[in-house]
Design a protein around this ligand. Sequence first.
Ligand SMILES: [Zn+2]
Length: 370
Amino acid sequence: MTELTKTLELKLVDPNVHKRQKLRETRDAYQQALQAAFAAGCDTQSAANDVVVEYDLSGYAKNALKKYVPQLCGNSYDADKLHDDHPVRFTNEGLQLDHQPQNAIEWYVKIPHHEDYHLWIPARANPEQREWLESLYADDAEMGESRLFERDGTWYLHVTATRAVEDQSTASADERTPIGVDIGEASLVTVCHRDERGSPVRPQLWADDGKAVRRLRKTYFTAKRRLQQRGSERIAESYGDALWDQIDDVFHRVTREVVKYAKSVENPVLVLEDLTYIRENMDYGEYMNRRLHGWGFAKLHAQIRYKAAEKGIPVETVNPRNTSKACHACGEHGYRPRQATFRCSNDGCWVGEYQADVNGAINITDRYRS
Ligand SMILES: [Zn+2]
């Protein structure tokens, strides 16, 4: 087991005038308390407490100060370094994270302001850190201290997170068994791999979960429209939250099962389609957009990634071009007479008709080797 720690970077998105004002108030109060406690030479937590208790700050910020100031005083810290843009620290669990995948800005953070007042602000995350946010949001990573600061008029939040991962086996890339993971329409997720003779084996489809997620999304959009027409924004929002939580539960169960599947294969490597590549190729058109936005493509990827890491299973990505169009046996392009069916256009190919998602998963599997 190895413990990983990372600083997650969140950029607060256009806080309105009121929220900006509140953020500044928090920062000013924090810095005044910090200066005062430092000037008083507080070298113990209780001494720091006596000073910071007077300030209009949340318990999270006060507790962070109580820990921080004695460290500064003990280290004969240079007072000049306590400059204006010193970040506001909050102790762990001071922040809360919310995820609204249906919104353009998906993540929200709850920032403590003072004792019984906080701010919810949308935040843009570093896309590379998506798996960390997913694991934090699912309580599979632990939140540490966070720091709030302003730079050139923009507010940022840095959150420390920790999670445990299993060490990977030392098997080389050639010794690994690639398992293709296809995320799609008919089946939420499909996995398949080839046995030592090269035959596709043990295809597993999460088709019912695909159906369930589609139904939940449809319910959400219908209900939202109806509630908005009646002017019940707030009800629409809390109703939406409940539905997205249900979708997230499905995602978590399915991604756990995908990792379990991988765990049952010797020296596995999970192979996913490269998201950046997909985004750059807009000719994938509406179908791909629907996959990306509607199906929580990135969310499923991130969950698979961090859960695979927890179990010491490597994850690789491959170019997704034509993985759903090509025949896994002969490579010719085929078509879909029905949603879940792939038909090879090559008359000389034995495949004929094949389950479309499994065909895609095998293509993804094979791309790992090529
Ligand atoms: Zn074929």
